[in-house]
Ligand binder design. Structure first.
Ligand SMILES: Cc1ncc(C[n+]2csc(CCOP(=O)(O)OP(=O)(O)O)c2C)c(N)n1
Ligand SMILES: [Mg+2]
Length: 342
């Protein structure tokens, strides 16, 4: 196991952009920026009191879902958790619909009924997120069973946190997936924290993919802040899963810049966060690292980066203003959409 993976100072490997066209690299950069800026807008709005429910932000973790989603199809079935804005936006970067959902508006992803933690977009393969830690893992396994029954080459993806891995159901799911040779990728987003608790206070090892060994599952442990590494490795793994070789685990080491919930960086569920850790991890920013590598290889420039930032900022502002003005759903629609086949 590479200990350096959890020490930001010891792991400053450049992102290797060779073999990827400017078009592809720009797509990665743009999508990560869209997710970052969408969540920063949510943080700002939460601080101003414009959002009622809690928001769990994944700023700093964008490279994971962006790298993985590029290998997914609309007919695959992807399951998230309480921190799923990035999982969904990586499949469908419609931040306007996300804003509307979080503001409880009719135009939102779940028709304003779900908020930040009950997102749903079946047309893009997103089968749902829920606040119950590990609550969707068995659903992802069920969807993988459905894929084998229908003889499709679709796969399931289950996003799990390093805290979720401590739920028993996850281990039952690893076991069943292996025994039934199911087409499912378990993605462990190891941001080293479950709420305010560091993994070293909860586990004898910082790495959770070691649980794969107990069920003879293939696994890979990677720097989750390197979008190209995530993309290229998940491409190979997903292709094997699609070809009927059974499940696999991908563990990605990362860090969230905000506290567990809402907009504050300095507090994590009432506990002070280490400023030093945050500043160290910010140096490993997945977006800046990619942008810098593109500049180093003369494919990109600071000027182009600024133009891209400005373009996204403007789109985000327009979408937010529009979502703010949208209507709320009518009260009688609760029965129509909360328990519904749709
Ligand atoms: C079954 C259950 N237990 C506890 C909680 C409270 N809770 C919400 S998120 C969370 C931590 C999850 O940590 P992790 O899986 O690492 O995800 P992260 O927040 O780091 O993205 C906890 C304990 C919950 N929502 N559901
Ligand atoms: Mg975590």
């Amino acid at each position: 196991m590479n200990k350096n993976l959890i020490n930001p100072k010891n792991f400053q490997q450049p992102i290797l952009t060779k073999g990827n066209s400017l078009y592809e690299l720009k797509k990665f950069l743009e999508l990560m920026l869209i997710i970052r800026k969408t969540e920063q807008q949510l943080a700002l709005a939460k601080e101003k009191g414009l959002i009622i429910g809690p928001v769990h932000l994944s700023v700093g973790q964008e490279a994971i879902s962006v790298g993985i989603s590029k290998n997914l199809k609309k007919t695959d079935r992807i399951f998230g958790n309480h921190r799923s804005h990035s999982h969904l936006l990586s499949l469908n970067p419609n931040f306007y619909k996300l804003f509307a959902e979080i503001l409880g508006k009719k135009s939102g992803f779940s028709k304003g009924m779900g908020g930040s933690m009950h997102l749903y977009d079946k047309n893009h393969g997103f089968y749902g997120s829920t606040p119950i830690v590990a609550g969707t893992v068995s659903l992802a396994v069920g969807a993988a069973i459905a894929a084998t029954k229908s003889k499709s080459k679709d796969i399931s993806v289950s996003y799990i946190g390093d805290g979720a891995i401590e739920e028993g159901v996850v281990h039952e799911c690893f076991n069943l997936a292996k025994m039934l040779k199911l087409p499912i990728l378990f993605v462990i987003e190891n941001n080293l924290f479950a709420s305010h608790m560091h993994i070293s206070t909860r586990q004898p090892s910082e790495f959770t993919s070691r649980f794969a060994e107990g069920n003879h599952l293939p696994y890979k442990l990677l720097d989750g802040n390197n979008v190209i590494a995530v993309y290229e490795n998940s491409k190979k793994i997903i292709s094997k899963i699609r070809d009927g070789n059974g499940p696999a685990i991908l563990e990605l080491i990362t860090f969230r810049w905000y506290g567990h919930v809402d907009w504050r960086e300095d507090i994590d569920v009432g506990v002070k966060r280490s400023q030093k850790d945050i500043q160290d991890w910010k140096k490993r920013d997945p977006i800046k690292r990619l942008s810098q590598s593109m500049i180093n290889s003369k494919l990109w420039s600071l000027k182009k980066q600024k133009e891209l930032n400005d373009k996204i900022d403007l789109k985000i502002k327009i979408a937010w203003d529009k979502a703010m003005k949208d209507p709320f759903p009518s009260t009688d629609s609760i029965h129509k959409y909360v328990y519904s086949k749709d």
